[in-house]
Design a binder for this molecule. Structure first.
Ligand SMILES: *Cc1c(COP(=O)(O)O)cnc(C)c1O
Length: 382
């Protein structure tokens, strides 16, 4: 039993429903649930298990360490990792049957070395940069990379399971930048076929591609944020996309007090009460991942009412103004910072707007010290 005065409640029924929506949207394409960054702050292992149970066929993570952790937890589903360095334990990855991304010749050679050492072929997804300008081989290096991969595949050292890329602007209303990336991807696929590489999995779409651009689906889609029920765009709500936010961030009020008009609140006195009112102290701050940029701009739900966060966000606490007619709200009452938006709850998207950021950052940044309480996992697991 935790005594932490706050918690992130993760509703696995929402995650399962979101996977069902995504499978629907994906049509014939397979669904890779992306669980990087600790399952976007929701808890990597529990989310991975629920996503698989709900019908996701693959898991995706950024860091190789996350992939190894999932395998150590006994999760055996196909699993792709796309971040590792020349110093990383690729032999371990091969033994754990983790698929790895390749954007450059060094990664191909490192995997071939690991294959020789283990006697197991590396499972490779060749990545091409079609316009993201981040990972992926640049156009000029693609032909050389696929030729090298083809040679290693003939030697039996690697098996090219996928060719993939990532979209930079699929969340925008303008379809043109995405269409240009699709065209570049098709070009890269033709180049690979000419080199004798024709993998079973061509993949390009993350959440926004999955939900908004069917022409990006190919053989597999890689939704992340949508698995957690958060909209990948600022222009559509979760509900409009058939998603339900899975995380509800709650805290127990630690202090409630009546103050006169003219009471300044928190560092810098950026807020002063205008009437006699009741203030409540919430034991979460920027040290827990509450964005300081939301100071004086966000709202919380207390006793079924939206109330403003007032003054600056501190490291461990924020203050909200319950108003003069606050009834009998006392220390020990529960406040909801964000949830699925039902019953007047603010959402992570509301906090993102308040803080001038994206909802991805709001959920992902909730600190590891805030307990995750998993509900809705099924029989006797709550
Ligand atoms: C994070 C990530 C995803 C998932 O992105 P969402 O926008 O959260 O759906 C998919 N592919 C790659 C390469 C990523 O880095």
């Amino acid at each position: 039993m935790t005594t932490y005065p706050a918690r992130a409640v993760i509703d696995h029924r929402a995650i399962a429903a979101n996977i069902a929506s995504l499978r629907d949207a994906a049509g014939d394409a397979l669904v890779m649930a992306v669980v990087k960054s600790g399952g976007y702050g929701h808890g990597i292992e529990p989310v991975a298990r629920t996503a698989l149970k709900a019908g996701a066929q693959w898991l995706g993570v950024a860091q190789l360490s996350e992939a190894l952790r999932l395998r150590a937890a006994g999760i055996e589903a196909p699993l792709l990792s796309w971040i590792f360095t020349p110093a990383d334990p690729l032999e371990e990855a091969l033994k754990a049957r983790i698929d790895l991304s390749v954007s450059a010749p060094w990664a191909l050679q490192a995997q071939a070395r690991a294959a020789r050492a283990t006697g197991l072929p590396a499972l490779v997804h060749l990545k091409v940069d079609t316009g993201m300008g981040r990972g992926g081989a640049p156009a000029a290096g693609w032909e050389g990379l696929v030729a090298e991969a083809a040679a290693l595949q003939r030697e039996g050292l690697i098996a090219v399971r996928g060719i993939w890329s990532h979209l930079a602007r699929a969340d925008e209303a303008d379809p043109q930048p995405t269409a240009a990336q699709v065209a570049a991807f098709r070009d890269a696929l033709r180049t690979a076929v000419r080199a004798g590489i024709e993998p079973e999995l061509r993949h390009l779409a993350a959440s926004s591609g999955t939900l908004l651009h069917p022409q990006t689906h190919f053989d597999l889609v890689r939704p992340g944020i949508a698995v957690y029920g958060v909209s990948p765009t600022g222009s559509s709500t979760s509900a409009e996309l058939g998603l339900r936010p899975a995380m509800r961030l709650e805290a127990t009020l630690t202090h409630v007090k009546d103050v006169p008009a003219g009471t300044p609140v928190s560092y810098g006195h950026t807020y002063t009460t205008t009437t006699a009112t009741r203030l409540a102290v919430v034991p979460l701050g920027y040290g827990d991942g509450i964005p300081r940029h939301a100071s004086g701009r966000a709202e919380l739900l207390v006793d079924g009412r939206r109330v403003p966060l007032v003054g600056r966000v501190c490291m461990d606490q924020v203050v909200c103004d319950l108003g003069p007619a606050a009834g009998d709200v006392e220390a020990g009452a529960t406040t909801v910072l964000f949830g699925d938006g039902s019953d007047g709850e603010p959402t992570a998207a509301d906090w993102a707007r308040a803080a001038g950021t994206i909802a991805y950052e709001i959920v992902t940044r909730i600190g590891p010290q805030v307990p995750r309480v998993h509900v809705g996992r099924g029989e006797g697991e709550e």
